[in-house]
Design a protein. Structure first.
Length: 293
């Protein structure tokens, strides 16, 4: 793909707009034969025909429609590149691409990104996946930052920065109180109880298990999940007690579908924004991570 260049894509884009080699050549101030050669070279590089003739018009093939979408994205990225390097910021709409670890609370993400929602000058793109996948996208500039509930250690090749952006309390929640008439006592009221817990890879699970071990309390584990959305569903639909940050089940607590039994001392869920060292960081990242005035 090394021979693919802006000229190929610009000519292709003009032909797609005009649906005619003659009109596109006039618009670009080139000969029809030169334009035809450029189009043929692009098709050879891509390995697909990009147009087909219908009633004297050039109509995009399926491959052509895909190529057009990518071409428009490339042109936009090129315009942003020029504006960022020349002026320090892109005019008009700015794009923030966020990678989000799939285990992260959707409610927390919404609260963090809410200041950008509805802004006419901002386009927000959110990708979700595993931490390793999101860091790979961060490394190749496919995203501007990664939201995670675990920090990442930097190394010589990848000088990541893990910004602690919030700490959330962790609670036990259930559909109803297991003991009526008095406050829930932690940890003794958990003896023999059935629980839904985060996976063993979670720091809050490790801290919780340490507290139970110190108190000599044994529980029954109904399920272990590493996805906060699934943890929320299990807390809502099962009869087990769930260990979860209240922000994850905020709507259920407000609707009284779930009740908060108690906050867990010495256990917190931490949230991080992971960014690389970049000479030209996205200004929207700085805006989101700036401490409140």
């Amino acid at each position: 793909m090394a021979d693919l260049n802006y000229h190929h894509l610009r000519y292709f884009w003009a032909i797609a707009q005009e649906q005619s080699l003659v009109r596109a050549a006039a618009r670009l101030h080139v000969s029809q034969s030169a334009l035809s050669i450029q189009l043929r070279q692009l098709e050879e590089r891509l390995g697909h025909a990009l147009f087909e003739r219908r009633n004297r018009r050039l109509v995009l093939t399926e491959a052509g429609r895909i190529a057009l979408v990518h071409a428009q994205t490339i042109f936009q990225a090129g315009d942003e590149l020029v504006n960022v390097l020349k002026r320090g910021a892109a005019p008009g709409r700015q794009v923030l691409r966020v990678g989000s670890v799939s285990t992260l609370s959707r409610n927390f993400q919404l609260e963090l990104l809410k200041p950008l929602l509805g802004r006419a000058d901002v386009e927000l793109v959110v990708h979700s996946g595993g931490l390793r996948e999101m860091l790979a996208q961060l490394e190749v500039h496919a995203v501007d930052m990664v939201l995670s509930n675990t920090p990442v250690r930097p190394d010589a090749e990848r000088p990541w920065h893990s910004h602690l952006i919030a700490r959330q309390p962790v609670s036990l929640v259930a559909r109803k109180r297991p003991v009526r008439g008095r406050a829930f006592r932690f940890p003794q009221d958990l003896a023999g109880a059935t629980l839904v817990l985060p996976s063993l890879q979670s720091q809050m699970r490790a801290d919780f298990d340490r507290l139970l071990d110190a108190a000599g309390v044994v529980v029954q584990v109904a399920a272990e999940v590493d996805d906060m959305a699934m943890l929320r569903l299990l807390a809502r639909e099962s009869t087990a007690i769930a260990l979860v940050p209240p922000v994850v089940v905020r709507d259920e607590l407000r609707a009284r579908t779930l009740v908060e039994l108690c906050r867990i001392p010495q256990v917190e869920e931490s949230f991080y924004a992971i960014t690389p060292s970049r000479r030209f960081p996205n200004p929207l990242v700085r805006e989101l991570l700036a401490p409140p005035a």
